[in-house]
Design a binder for this molecule. Structure first.
Ligand code: GDP
Ligand code: MG
Length: 221
């Protein structure tokens, strides 16, 4: 099974300098960056090191998944945020679970042995709310439906016809996979604080966007 690492960036120069040396690049068949239009040198940083960067032809964090799935060639794609939130040590565990036959493996920040040092109390509440809502409405038993850190079989992802272009792509992926009886798995992670830069997600705005996405998926025929 061929694997691709897709690093998602938007103005993360400080973090990527710290991250690149510790990411297990060699376990992947290819490594690429999907960039949302960085103006802080992030793009040059990767290009100089021979890592291909694809600048999105349309904006949006959600669209970055779709664009990444189209540019990557692997059977499995690990999406990794270039901001320091995600623990590189989990990447291998996630790939191993995919090899067991799962379509998507989410790194959970709210499962057993999990922790988030990044989420504010409001964000934790929001995450718990959306987990509960998805589990109730779609019959899953997940503990984290919003984390960006996930490994996905590329064909499965492309079969979903993702519509979300914002921070609602994560939840849309989860719901559409449940509906299609795809196999989902979680591995526990610890979310660290971001390294430099600024968060692009806005808790309240993106909370509403997620709620709308869940309702669309519940009531759309
Ligand atoms: N390619 C791409 N990456 C993005 C975009 N928006 C955010 N990101 C990256 O996605 C990751 C997660 O974004 P962030 O704002 O930290 O969300 P949070 O971790 O949920 O607070 C970071 O590495 C961002 O640089 C975008 O529009 N396009
Ligand atoms: Mg982040």
């Amino acid at each position: 099974m061929k694997s691709s690492l897709v690093i998602l960036t938007l103005n993360e120069i400080t973090a990527v300098k710290t991250l690149l040396p510790i990411i297990p690049l060699k376990i992947f068949n290819e490594v690429l960056v999907i960039d949302g239009g960085s103006i802080d040198g992030t793009v040059d940083f990767f290009k100089k090191r021979g890592i291909p960067v694809y600048i999105q032809d349309k904006p949006g964090h959600g669209y970055a998944y779709l664009y990444g799935a189209k540019k990557a060639k692997g059977d499995v794609v690990v999406f990794f945020s270039g901001d320091g939130n995600e623990r590189v040590g989990d990447i291998k565990k996630m790939l191993n679970e995919i090899k067991k036959g799962y379509d998507m493996v989410i790194a959970t920040r709210f499962g057993k042995n999990s922790k988030s040092f990044d989420a504010t109390p409001l964000r934790i509440l929001g995450n718990k709310f959306f987990v509960l809502l998805v589990n109730l409405l779609f019959g899953s038993k997940l503990t984290d439906v919003l984390n960006a850190f996930r490994a996905v079989k590329r064909k499965s992802l492309l079969s979903l016809n993702l519509r979300a272009v914002g921070f609602d792509a994560e939840i849309e992926m989860v719901i559409k996979m449940i509906k299609k009886d795809y196999r989902l798995q979680e591995v526990s992670t610890i979310e660290m604080t971001r390294i430099g830069g600024k968060a692009k997600l806005q808790t309240v705005r993106d909370g509403w966007i997620n709620l709308k996405r869940v309702l669309i998926e519940k009531f759309r025929r």
